[in-house]
Design a protein around this ligand. Structure first.
Ligand code: BG6
Length: 301
């Protein structure tokens, strides 16, 4: 089982120095959030899901979308920010019965391991660990998420298999990028890349510039650096991944979004998900650690 989680009754300052202040406070009666203020950025993280909710580099647009209708409730995932899809991505295709999308990490309480800040950034390290934690993933494990909030956001997920058997995982850093409108967004770095289209079930190659207007749900087989250019926000977001073999591009489009209670009215016109992912099963050999990571940086265009 995972570590028993104890909710703090009131706001607690975790760190305050000449560079940053970091505090943790109740988000509602069950959950807590960490708030970070640094000269280079403002950010928030929910300990439920270990999920970055907000990141705004100083002098720039907020980079992450968070639904106004997001639910903050056990056994539900928070819609927005950067949900952690782990230890499986999408539906768990090893199971006969549906297992629930995207694993259990985004529906688990994470704990704070370390907080530090210097002139360049605030670093937060969160941990999720357990054994027999989920019937579909019984392995003893420890996942360490390191978040470095500075002018950019660096995020890494180090997954340790502490059991004596090899384990398999798939996963994604499921980033909801806040955009002026998906039709204003260009991701030319996907042009020429092979993809699996989850809506048609067909494999294809991206010949022309991809449209980010939903419905779109594709797994692009590329580990290249991605650029997301938003003509109205007049900025370029650069996303660099490591330990990830795919980029998933997802926007539900209006028809599906209208059926999703946790997307506020017209919310699907405010984001594009571009997810650093391993959509196929990967092995974590017994006793070893593997890492998925990304860096998100923005510049004016
Ligand atoms: O609604 P969820 O479980 O957060 O998933 C959202 C989407 O996440 C994307 O990563 C998947 O490719 C989509 O198929 C899925 O619909």
């Amino acid at each position: 089982m995972g570590i028993k989680y104890k909710l703090r009754a009131m706001k607690q300052v975790l760190l305050k120095n000449e560079h940053a202040s970091v505090s943790v406070e109740p988000l509602n009666s069950e959950f807590e959030k960490i708030t970070i203020s640094h000269r280079h950025c403002e950010a928030e993280i929910s300990l439920y899901g270990g999920q970055v909710l907000r990141f705004k580099p100083t002098g720039q647009q907020a980079l992450l979308w968070l639904s106004d209708s997001a639910t903050y409730q056990k056994e539900k995932a928070i819609r927005g920010g950067i949900p952690l899809c782990w230890p499986w991505f999408g539906a768990n295709d090893k199971q006969v019965e549906p297992a629930g999308n995207h694993g259990f990490a985004r529906q688990s309480q994470w704990t704070i391991d370390k907080v530090s800040a210097d002139e360049q950034a605030t670093t937060i390290i969160l941990v999720l660990e357990g054994e027999q934690y989920h019937s579909l993933w019984p392995h003893a494990f420890k996942v360490v998420q390191t978040l470095v909030f500075g002018q950019s956001l660096k995020q890494s997920l180090a997954m340790s298999n502490l059991s004596t058997d090899d384990a398999q995982y798939s996963g994604a850093l499921h980033t909801y990028f806040k955009v002026s409108h998906p039709s204003n967004v260009v991701i030319d770095t996907l042009t020429g890349v092979n993809f699996d289209d989850k809506l048609t079930g067909l494999a294809n190659t991206q010949i022309n510039r991809v449209s980010c207007v939903g419905p779109i749900d594709r797994e692009y087989h590329s580990a290249d650096v991605m650029t997301l250019v938003d003509s109205d926000y007049e900025h370029i977001i650069t996303i660099t991944s490591s330990g990830c073999q795919q980029w998933v591009l997802w926007n539900p489009g209006s028809e599906l979004a209208a059926t999703m209670a946790d997307i506020h009215d017209q919310g699907e016109h405010e984001y594009v998900c571009l997810e650093a992912a391993n959509t196929h099963w990967q092995t974590i050999t017994a006793g070893t650690t593997v890492t998925m990571s990304q860096e998100i940086a923005v510049q004016r265009n």
